[in-house]
Ligand binder design. Structure first.
Ligand SMILES: CC(C)(COP(=O)(O)OP(=O)(O)OC[C@H]1O[C@@H](n2cnc3c(N)ncnc32)[C@H](O)[C@@H]1OP(=O)(O)O)[C@@H](O)C(=O)NCCC(=O)NCCS
Length: 202
């Protein structure tokens, strides 16, 4: 499950909420591009050029979203062909990874896909990137094959993952669980242990 789980009063481990507060997911616009490109520069060995990004933003078969606080902290996008959506990019600023930003972006991407009547989603992910595969697995993507040496710098196979029939109730349940996991932790009023010295981040 995404996000930390509190165990209430008497918890043996301190509650630590790493959820990034105040994140909004909005459509990507030209004004976001310099921040998006800065994220891509550190996340990808072959980042897209500004010219390519501009073509993407002008193309009605594409959806590109940004996660923003006071600045862009991540982005995700897809291209659609008939009733299939291909997730082409997901990237989060390295210093803010592990705080639910990609999960928020993917929740919004699923909603955008559904509103465009996309029935199935697919993506490629580096075979070595178990963390990303785990993230996509939580959303209902399952491995369906391998493209050998698909990536370069460094060379790696791609695992092809599919999430079929995104309208399925099972997917709705998964998305709801993820959404709930992203809610910030608030200490229970009866939590007798909650003093100044507790490592509770709200
Ligand atoms: C893959 C990538 C997009 C994931 O982004 P992210 O914002 O770190 O993803 P999330 O925070 O939603 O989830 C990652 C982990 O953080 C955990 N997490 C999320 N919110 C949390 C919270 N509030 N408290 C504690 N843990 C949390 C998730 O459970 C998940 O845990 P896991 O790794 O044990 O499965 C990011 O690592 C990235 O940008 N990588 C480089 C670019 C790249 O390779 N992109 C293509 C991937 S195909």
């Amino acid at each position: 499950m995404n996000g930390p789980v509190g165990t209430g009063a008497g918890a043996a481990v301190p509650l630590v909420d790493l959820t990034l507060a105040g994140v909004r997911v909005v459509p990507m616009r030209g004004r976001h591009l310099s921040a998006v490109r800065a994220i891509d520069e550190v996340c990808f060995s072959r980042p897209w050029s500004t010219a390519l990004w501009r073509r993407e933003l002008a193309d009605p078969t594409r959806v590109h979203l940004v996660a923003v606080t006071d600045t862009v902290v991540g982005h995700a996008g897809l291209l659609s062909v008939l009733d299939e959506g291909h997730v082409t990019t997901v990237a989060v600023r390295p210093d803010l990874q592990g705080r639910g930003v990609a999960s928020r972006l993917l929740l919004a991407l699923f909603a955008a896909a559904r509103s465009r009547e996309i029935a199935h989603l697919t993506l490629e992910v580096r075979a070595a990137d178990r963390r990303a595969q785990r993230l996509y697995g939580r959303f209902g993507f399952a491995p369906a094959g391998v493209r050998a040496a698909y990536y370069s710098d460094p060379t790696d196979d791609a695992v092809v993952m599919w999430c079929h029939d995104i309208d399925r109730p099972e997917i709705a349940e998964r998305l709801e669980l993820i959404r709930r996991g992203l809610a910030p932790i608030t200490a229970h009023p009866d939590d007798a242990g909650a003093g100044d010295d507790d490592e509770v981040v709200r």
